[in-house]
Design a protein around this ligand. Structure first.
Ligand code: RRO
Length: 338
């Protein structure tokens, strides 16, 4: 039965969810790259109460990133060209991971590499580090030197990366592959990484975009192109989650792309996401993950859901019912016409 009435007696909806073996009490996580390793958000947000902090993708070595300017506002969105700036894995483990671990904050570590070997070294280095709830394998950063390095644009490369990471990661730690929407068939890429051992998927990374400054008459970003995020990309993200969930309904999906409200998060659940990440919204509302979770709770309660998990993928069931009802009505009309 689809819930349509408020939960009796104003009872709280069970908001717990899971991404493979990673269970969390709350379905809203930060999004990689939008909250560093969480420290800057701590004054505004109880990081122990949200689903998890997803860290900025870390590489093997320190990296200064792309030239400035690195950000540009766009209609209903934002373009970034950070270029994987970061301290490298050793400093990340010594400072950021330690900070998160000492506070007992659920942590999803996002890793990125320029080659399959680099991903392997990262997985090996992290294998015995405690306090990692899941690994997110970022194979879809748009801000790399060559499109050939966007592993998620090619099924074979995507599978190769995921296979080595899965092989060198503790079996208790789920491996999520982060895919790009900039492909013709995202389901084919999903198949490749799932065949390679991914336990779940993060959908989606930013879309490759560009802005030209009409005053200077040249690209606004130092790196020329950048990753588009924010509400402008939400329908693309919902479509990607829908398509992949339709093909692989049992695969856990961490959905993201322009989520600003509880209603946006609800849309991702209906499409098939088991949890959601909030990214661009935290730049002007650092409290957004907690607010969105509370709004989502109230939407689920108002609709009579006892558990968030009952809403995961429900849009597919509702659509199938709608199509069946329409078919039955058409058949009845035909019969009435004789
Ligand atoms: O660092 C970046 O420029 C970046 C990354 Br790693 C990513 O995955 N997505 C994005 O939009 N920017």
């Amino acid at each position: 039965m689809v819930a349509t009435a408020p939960v009796p007696g104003g009872a709280r909806v069970d908001m717990s969810t899971r991404l493979g073996a990673f269970q969390m009490p709350d379905p809203v996580l930060t999004a990689s790259g939008c909250a560093a390793a969480g420290r800057e958000l701590a004054p505004f947000l109880d990081l122990n109460a949200i689903g998890a902090v997803v860290t900025k993708s870390i590489m093997l070595n320190p990296r200064s990133g792309r030239p400035t300017p690195r950000m540009a506002e766009t209609p209903s969105g934002m373009l970034n060209s950070i270029g994987l700036q970061g301290p490298g894995i050793e400093e990340f483990i010594a400072k950021d991971l330690r900070w998160l671990r000492e506070r007992g904050i659920r942590t999803v570590v996002s890793i990125a590499g320029g080659s399959v070997q680099e991903y392997q070294k990262l997985a090996q280095r992290l294998r015995h580090e405690p306090g990692i709830a899941a690994l997110e394998v970022n194979i879809s950063c748009p801000n790399v030197e060559s499109r050939g390095q966007v592993f998620a644009c090619d099924p074979l490369s995507a599978g190769s990366v995921v296979q080595v990471v899965r092989r060198h990661t503790s079996p208790d730690v789920p491996v999520l592959a982060k895919l790009s929407p900039d492909v013709t068939d995202i389901v084919a890429i999903a198949k490749s990484v799932l065949d390679a051992g991914a336990d779940g998927l993060s959908l989606i990374n930013t879309l490759l975009g560009m802005v030209i400054d009409p005053d200077t008459m040249r690209p606004m970003l130092g790196g020329m192109t950048g990753g588009l995020s924010g509400p402008a990309i939400r329908p693309v993200a919902v479509r990607a989650v829908w398509q992949v969930h339709a093909a692989y309904p049992r695969v856990p999906i961490l959905g993201m792309g322009g989520i600003r409200t509880g209603q946006d998060a609800f849309e991702f659940l209906l499409a098939g996401a088991s949890a959601v990440s909030v990214g661009t919204a935290v730049f002007n509302d650092p409290h957004a993950p907690a607010r969105i979770s509370a709004e989502l709770h109230d939407i689920l309660a108002a609709r009579g859901f006892a558990r968030l998990s009952d809403a995961i993928g429900l849009g597919h069931t509702m659509q199938a019912r709608h199509v069946a009802a329409m078919d039955a009505r058409r058949a009845a009309e035909q019969e009435a016409l004789g």
